[in-house]
Write a protein that binds this ligand. Structure first.
Ligand code: 0O3
Ligand code: SF4
Length: 358
């Protein structure tokens, strides 16, 4: 894991229902299992349980800063292949500041600057960018790069690689693209039942970084029944941020009549938080980009509202939601902490020694 020597991270203040309206800064990260209740409030009265950790992970923070730095150093337009992270607010804000989001590098003018998103790209995308003389900044999260390296290693050793992940998601496209001839995508239970390997003693499972931990283990159990010698990834592919956010929402879900997850519809890790909340006992759960998307009917008969957010969500959006809830009587906010995260990643190397702007 690539961790910068001097992790820049912010500790949040505690001014609004236990949390400051701090700007979307670096979300610290590290696993330190604790369950802390800030000020247990009486169930049966209107209250909000606020999950911690939530929001920005170290990889998202790095990617967003990389685009901001590119804008600052080189000026607009800066091209970004795909959404830098899967969050509508982040993408819209960067677009307003001069970023042009494209689907493919073929849409970027020859010689221009393009940033690769946090979800990673395949070697074919790097090659195409080189062919077109594009200047590139690779904002792939180091924890996604780690999975790419695992694919390469197992492919070199001639393993069949069963990559558990969601079909069509950019991350699995990039990861599988490292060694397409060795990788099979396993998304559904049906895929696991149908996977075919050449030598059952030489098969490994790897995964997308933003999956449901429980669902992934079900898929692994299913695969292991078919392939008893199935090898595990050398280290967890589902990253610390994904699993920490799921642990945090699980810790409070059973107490919640409603869980509101701030995150975008195309954000895998945010969608998983809604599912995990429901599986862990929340009576209802919804994914919203903005506070104004809350349907007031969801609040009918509700005492306890759980609030959390995906790894690509700036905390300012959560603060707006807390403000919106406070205006409607849910002003009592208790933070439920299950881990304190303290990781930050160094910026992409292309930005560590930037060329002066011409
Ligand atoms: O992978 P996911 O759809 O959850 O992406 P987000 O919402 O942008 O979150 C950041 C995760 C990431 C960049 C890859 O792990
Ligand atoms: Fe990296 Fe995990 Fe964040 Fe994805 S969710 S960007 S793998 S830290």
């Amino acid at each position: 894991m690539h961790v910068s020597g001097d992790p820049a991270h912010t500790e949040r203040g505690r001014t609004l229902g236990g949390m400051s309206a701090a700007s979307p800064g670096i979300e610290p990260a590290a696993i330190n299992p604790v369950t802390e209740r800030e000020k247990p409030s009486a169930p049966g009265s209107k209250r909000v349980l606020l999950a911690k950790p939530r929001g920005y992970c170290a990889g998202v923070d790095r990617a967003v800063i990389a685009v901001e730095k590119a804008l600052e150093l080189y000026g607009p337009p800066v091209y970004v292949r795909k959404e830098i992270v899967h969050n509508r607010h982040v993408v819209d804000t960067l677009r307003e500041r001069g970023v042009i989001f494209v689907e493919e590098t073929s849409e970027v003018p020859e010689g221009a600057l393009v940033v690769f998103s946090a979800h990673g790209v395949s070697p074919a995308v790097h090659a195409e960018a080189k062919e077109r003389n594009l200047r590139t900044i690779d904002a792939t999260c180091p924890l996604v790069t780690k999975v790419h390296k695992e694919v390469n290693r197992f492919a070199r050793e001639d393993y069949d690689i069963l990559l558990i992940g969601h079909e069509g998601h950019e991350e699995v496209e990039g990861t599988a693209g490292e060694a397409p001839e060795h990788v099979q995508l396993v998304d559904t239970a049906d895929d696991a039942a149908k996977a075919h390997v050449r030598d059952p003693s030489k098969v490994v499972w790897l995964s997308q970084t933003t999956l449901s931990v429980d669902e992934t283990m079900e898929r692994v159990d299913q695969l292991r029944e078919r392939f008893p010698n199935l090898a595990d990834p050398p280290s967890d592919d589902i990253c610390y941020a994904t699993s920490n956010r799921q642990v945090a929402v699980k810790a409070m879900a059973a107490e919640c009549d409603l869980v509101l997850v701030v995150g975008s519809k195309n954000s895998s890790n945010s969608k998983r938080l809604v599912e995990v909340a429901l599986q862990a006992g929340a009576r209802d759960a919804h994914l919203i980009d903005y506070a104004h998307e809350v349907d007031e009917a969801w609040l009918s008969g509700v005492d306890t509202v759980g609030v959390t957010s995906g790894a690509s969500v700036p905390d300012v959006l959560v603060m707006e939601l807390l403000g919106w809830l406070a205006e409607r009587g849910w002003g009592d906010v208790e933070e439920v902490t299950t881990a304190n995260e303290k990781i930050a990643f160094a910026l992409p190397r292309e930005l560590r020694k930037p060329e002066p702007r011409s």
